[in-house]
Every structure is written in structure tokens, then in C-alpha cells.
Design a protein around this ligand. Structure first.
Ligand code: AMP
Ligand code: MG
Length: 318
């Protein structure tokens, strides 16, 4: 199969592929998603083969509006209504008790379902024109770095999917925050651009962050989001100490550093949102070079950087 690269004015073609049960990679504000018509089981099953994703790992359903929640969910808690009104469309995924008929293929056999309304005109228009919803995990081979540009998607999925819609770079660049709304006290399962504090402000309740939970889902595996090169998350002091022993290493740093000849230096933004936007792009750039390994300077341990720490930790070699 040759993967067709569509422009943003060729959305109807993307919709036709989806209606025919094919896979299309779509830009969202977080990362590129690998979309299938969520009401077509055969199409959804193609996501697992294209990505090499284990079948018990649930998918996030992407809707074009808040009203569509009721198609998928048994009961919507009041706090979830508030969060939907405030943050949707946007980078927040909420987990609910699923409606009985929802396919096990989507939920990985769980009784719960993950929903999100993305804030990207291309994704929203495609879903609206499709007239249902799309199941869409990140558009990359299983365990690999999430794509924030079309060329990242093509790197691992070219020839395996019908098309990709080119929407340029993703504005956020990290996966959505995931919050489980089925518990008495909501729990964040994956940190993201919408932080615990922002959520607490809206629902006026303390919530929990439980990142080491037992559910077997990729967002919670210790190894995930990995580049091809081994990545080491270390302090600037350690980088300075270790760099002299290396022949050919990439260094992602935000502090100033004296450059040496045996390393390639990638200056990262000091601003958190800009860092997030360029993180995966920098990892893909480094992966396309011939360095042996990557040293990443550990960002400040401020709460605001929680999502970046989480992804860098999972991306690192253990
Ligand atoms: P990705 O495959 O990168 O798009 O990530 C999707 C993530 O959504 C999964 O890895 C899970 O962490 C999460 N997810 C989807 N459905 C559920 C669910 N029912 N319960 C818990 N987590 C879920
Ligand atoms: Mg993923």
C-alpha cells in the first residue's frame, strides 16, 4: 500500500478512506493520531496491526463535540460535565464507564472508555464529516516516540496506512492528560498540558495523580515513547563528567554549556510549553543522525514540568 499524503484542502478524500474502513493519520493539537472509524470493528482492528500494538491496550475515542459523549458512556458525572465544558475541545482525555455495546476491541476488554474532543480544525472537520467518531492512538509504531510532524508518522507507518493529512507541526507536542472519572476522587493517569492544578480549579476538588497504576496500558508502561538511540536523563554535572568518555553523543540541554567536538548539541527552550513542542521533534532529528546515544539534561523538578519528566523518564534506557 502506498501512503497518500493529503493537503488540508483534501479532507474529503481522508473522510472517504475512513468510510471505506482504511486508516488515516490526522494532526491534532497534541500529536498525530492514527484514526479509524470507531464504529467499524474491522477498521479499528487495523490500528493494532499497523502499529504492532498489543490487542489489550485500549484506544482513545475522538469526538467532534461534547454532546456525543452519550453515544459511548453509561453515565456522565457532574464533574466530568464541568471539565468537558471548560477544557473541550482540548488536550484532556476522560475515562468513563462504557456503554454496554461498545466494542472490547476499543476498550481492550475494560469496562471503561477514554474520550476526547481534540482542538484541531482538521481533526474536527474529518470527524464531523465522517458523522461518527474516530479511534485514534498516536500515529507511530508501538512504544516509539509520538509524531508531531507528518514525516515522523511516515518514518514508522509509511506503506501501512492509506493516508496522512499534512497539518504541519502539532502546537502542544505531548500526548493529552488522561483523567479517570470513574473513581470517587478523579485520578490523573497520564500528565499533560492540562495540569492537576488547572483541573482542581475547575471542579473545586482535590484530585490524585497515580502514574504507577496497575492497568496494563501503554501510557503507563515504564518503557514507552522511546527514540531508537539509547537516551540517558542526567544532570548537567553528569553530562560534563561523562561527555569526555564518549566518541559521538547528542546532548539536549537547556543550560549553557561549553561545546566539545565529540558531541552534537541541541539547545532546548527554557519555556515549558516550547520545550514540550520541540521535545519529540528533537528526538526524531537526533534519531536520523549517526550518534551512539543521547544525553538529556534533566529539566527543573517544578510541578509544571511533570509531563515532560514523565515522558523523558519513560523514553530513557533503564
Ligand atoms: P496512545 O496509544 O499513545 O494514544 O495512548 C492512549 C492511551 O489512552 C493508552 O495508552 C491508555 O493509557 C489510555 N487509555 C485509553 N483507554 C483507557 C481506559 N479505558 N482506561 C485507562 N486508560 C486508557
Ligand atoms: Mg502512543
Amino acid at each position: 500500500m502506498k501512503t497518500k499524503v493529503l493537503k488540508s484542502n483534501q479532507i474529503d478524500e481522508a473522510v472517504s478512506f475512513l468510510k471505506n474502513g482504511e486508516l488515516v493519520a490526522l494532526p491534532t493539537e497534541t500529536v498525530y493520531g492514527l484514526a479509524a472509524d470507531a464504529t467499524n470493528e474491522k477498521a479499528v482492528s487495523k490500528i493494532f496491526s499497523a502499529k504492532g500494538r498489543p490487542s489489550d491496550h485500549p484506544l482513545i475515542i475522538h469526538l467532534d463535540s461534547v454532546d456525543k459523549i452519550i453515544d459511548w458512556v453509561e453515565e456522565i458525572p457532574d464533574s466530568a460535565k464541568k471539565l468537558a465544558d471548560y477544557f473541550w475541545p482540548g488536550p484532556l482525555t476522560m475515562i468513563f464507564q462504557k456503554k454496554k455495546p461498545v466494542s472490547d476491541l476499543i476498550t481492550g476488554g475494560l469496562e471503561t472508555i477514554a474520550l476526547r474532543v481534540p482542538k484541531h480544525p482538521i481533526a474536527l472537520t474529518v470527524i464531523k464529516k465522517l458523522g461518527s467518531a474516530v479511534a485514534a492512538p498516536s500515529a507511530n509504531a508501538h512504544k516509539r516516540t509520538s509524531p508531531t510532524k507528518p514525516e515522523h508518522v511516515l518514518k514508522t507507518l509509511s506503506g501501512k496506512i492509506a493516508a496522512i493529512v499534512d497539518g504541519g507541526s502539532c502546537s502542544i507536542g505531548l500526548e493529552s492528560t488522561i483523567i479517570d472519572m470513574t473513581r470517587a476522587v478523579p485520578v490523573i493517569l497520564r500528565p499533560g498540558a492540562i495540569t492537576r492544578v488547572m483541573i482542581e480549579h475547575v471542579i473545586n476538588t482535590h484530585i490524585q495523580e497515580q502514574l504507577e497504576h496497575q492497568q496494563k496500558v501503554p501510557g503507563n508502561m515504564a518503557i514507552h515513547y522511546q527514540p531508537e538511540k539509547p537516551l540517558f536523563l542526567i544532570s548537567m554535572e553528569e553530562i560534563k563528567r561523562r561527555v569526555s568518555q564518549e566518541k559521538n553523543v547528542a546532548i539536549m540541554h537547556h543550560s549553557d554549556i561549553l561545546k566539545t567536538k565529540n558531541a552534537t548539541y541541541y539547545k532546548m527552550p527554557k519555556n515549558k510549553a516550547e520545550y514540550a513542542r520541540s521535545l519529540y521533534e528533537t528526538l526524531y532529528r537526533i534519531d536520523s543522525t549517526d550518534v551512539d546515544k543521547i544525553f538529556v539534561e534533566k529539566p527543573a523538578s517544578h510541578n509544571k514540568w511533570f509531563d515532560i519528566h514523565d515522558r523523558l523518564y519513560r523514553a530513557s534506557s533503564k
